[in-house]
Design a protein around this ligand. Structure first.
Ligand code: AMP
Ligand code: GLY
Length: 424
C-alpha cells in the first residue's frame, strides 16, 4: 500500500518513519516533507501543499490512505476535499477542526457540554474587552479566536499587559482575521499535560501519555514556543487521572460533537491544566497530534501504525489494542538561532549519528541543498532518546545532541525535569 503524510515538521517525519516500518508499505510519500524525509529511502517527498492538488496526486498515485499532520490544511478542509473524491484520509473535517481553528467555538462547545475549562467571554469590541479585564483583574489570559501559529495566546500578569494584548489583536490587527475576535479567560494554575487520542467518529483510542516544554529556556523561562522537547509517558497522568480525563473531557467531547452533528474523526489533543488537587481542566483542543509530542510517542509505539490507521478510517478503532515500548522516550528539540521570533535559515548541519535502538533523530526545519543538509525553519530537529528511566532516556538523547552542530543552535538542557522531580 502507498500512504501519503501531509506536512513538513518533526511530527510528520515521526509519523512517516513509523508508517514505513510496516511490511505492508510500498512507499510513504510526505508532502512537502523536509531534509530528513528526503534522505530516507523508504520515504519520498512530494512538492505539493495545495489540498486540491494533493487529492489529484493521491488519485494518480493510487494512495490507499492519507494522514494529515498540521492544523492549517485541516482548517482549510483537506479532509472534505479528499472524502468528496472518495479518498481515505485520517483527520477532522473543516467543521470539526473548529475545535482548534476557533477558540470561541471550542469554548462555547465546552460550556454547552459541561466540559471542565476556564471561565471566559468573547469580544470583538475593544472597550467592552477592556471593561471585562478591569472587572476580572490580572492575571488573565487573552487568546486570538483564530489560528495564529502559536502567537495567539498572551498570559497577562497585569491589567496593562492584558489591555495591550487586546489592543494588539483587536485595534492594531497584528494577527489579521485570526485576532478579529478575542477570547478572554480565567488564568489557571497548575501543571500542563498533553492528552492525545485517536477518534473514528465514535470510538476513542488513547495514545501513550506525554508532556511537552513550551518555554524556550531552561527552568521554563523565556518566551513560549511550539515546544522545545517532550517525553512519554508523563508520570503526572496516573491511571486514575487518565480515567477521569476520559470520563470528564474526552468522551463528552466525542459524544458532544456527534450530538451537534459534526462527528470528530482524527487525532484529538486536549491540552490540560492539572491543578494542585489533581483536577484536570481543558486549556485548548488541537485537532492533530502534538509537535514534539508525536516524536517520543511514535518512538514508543510497537503496533503496526498502518493497521491502526485503517481501523481509524473504517470506524473500527474499538478493535485495536496498542502495544507500547515500556521505556521512556524523551525528545530534545534543537532550534535555529533567533527562534521563535526570527529564526535563521541556511546554516549547515553536521554530526547527526545513525539511528540506534535507543536514539532516533527526527527532522523538522531542514532541507537538502546541493547535497548539504541546512536549516530551513525554527525548530530544526528533535533528538529522541529511549531508556528504562527518564534519566537514561535523557542521557541517550543528550549524548546525541552533543554530536550535532549548526551555527546558532539553541536547545534546553533540562527536558524531562518535571518527570525527574516526581517521587517514584
Ligand atoms: P493554548 O494555545 O490555548 O494552549 O495556550 C498556549 C499556552 O498558554 C498554554 O500551553 C499555557 O501554557 C498557556 N495558557 C493558555 N490558557 C491558559 C490559562 N487559562 N491559564 C494559564 N495558562 C494558560
Ligand atoms: N506541542 C504543542 C502543540 O503541538 O501544540
Amino acid at each position: 500500500m502507498k500512504i501519503l503524510v501531509v506536512g513538513s515538521g518533526g511530527r510528520e517525519h515521526a509519523l512517516a518513519w513509523k508508517l514505513a516500518q510496516s511490511e505492508r508499505i510500498q512507499m510513504v510519500y510526505v508532502a512537502p516533507g523536509n531534509g530528513g524525509t528526503a534522505a530516507d529511502s523508504r520515504l519520498k517527498n512530494v512538492p505539493i501543499t495545495d489540498p486540491a492538488w494533493l487529492a489529484q496526486f493521491a488519485i494518480k498515485e493510487n494512495i490507499g490512505l492519507t494522514v494529515v499532520g498540521p492544523e492549517v490544511p485541516l482548517a482549510a478542509g483537506i479532509v472534505n476535499i479528499f472524502r468528496d473524491q472518495g479518498l481515505k484520509i485520517f483527520g477532522p473535517t473543516k467543521e470539526a477542526a473548529q475545535l482548534e481553528s476557533s477558540k470561541d467555538f471550542a469554548k462555547a462547545f465546552m460550556k454547552r457540554h459541561r466540559i471542565p475549562t476556564a471561565d471566559y467571554q468573547t469580544f470583538s469590541d475593544v472597550q467592552a474587552a477592556h471593561r471585562y479585564i478591569n472587572l476580572k483583574g490580572a492575571p488573565i489570559v487573552i487568546k486570538a479566536d483564530g489560528l495564529a501559529a502559536g502567537k495567539g495566546v498572551v498570559v497577562a500578569l497585569t491589567i496593562d499587559e492584558a489591555r495591550s494584548a487586546v489592543d494588539m489583536m483587536l485595534s492594531d490587527n497584528k494577527l489579521g482575521d485570526a485576532g478579529a475576535r478575542v477570547v478572554i479567560e480565567e488564568f489557571l494554575n497548575g501543571e500542563e499535560a498533553s492528552f492525545i487520542v485517536m477518534v473514528d467518529g465514535k470510538n476513542v483510542l488513547p495514545l501513550a501519555t506525554s508532556q511537552d516544554h513550551k518555554r524556550l529556556k531552561d527552568n521554563d523561562e523565556g518566551p513560549n514556543t511550539g515546544g522545545m522537547g517532550a517525553y512519554s509517558p508523563a508520570p503526572i497522568v496516573t491511571p486514575s487521572l487518565h480515567a477521569r480525563v476520559m470520563r470528564e473531557i474526552i468522551n463528552p467531547t466525542v459524544l458532544g460533537m456527534m450530538k451537534d452533528g459534526i462527528p470528530f474523526t482524527g487525532f484529538l489533543y486536549a491540552g490540560l491544566m492539572i491543578d494542585a488537587r489533581g483536577n484536570p481542566r481543558t486549556l485548548e483542543f488541537n485537532c492533530r497530534m502534538g509537535d514534539p509530542e508525536t516524536q517520543p510517542i511514535m518512538a514508543r509505539l510497537k503496533t503496526d501504525l498502518v493497521g491502526v490507521m485503517e481501523h481509524a478510517v473504517n470506524g473500527t478503532l474499538d478493535a485495536v489494542e496498542l502495544e507500547w515500548d515500556r521505556r521512556t522516550a524523551l525528545g530534545v528539540v534543537l532550534a535555529a538561532g533567533g527562534y521563535p521570533d526570527a529564526p535563521r535559515k541556511g546554516d549547515a548541519i553536521s554530526g547527526i549519528p545513525d539511528e540506534t535502538p535507543d536514539c532516533v533523530t527526527f527532522h523538522a526545519g531542514t532541507e537538502l541543498k546541493d547535497g548539504q543538509l541546512v536549516t530551513s525553519g525554527g525548530r530544526v530537529m528533535c533528538v529522541v532518546g529511549l531508556g528504562d528511566s527518564v534519566r537514561i532516556a535523557q542521557k541517550h538523547a543528550y549524548d546525541t545532541v552533543d554530536k550535532i552542530r549548526f551555527d546558532g543552535m539553541q536547545y534546553r538542557r533540562d527536558i524531562g525535569w518535571r518527570a525527574l522531580k516526581r517521587p517514584g
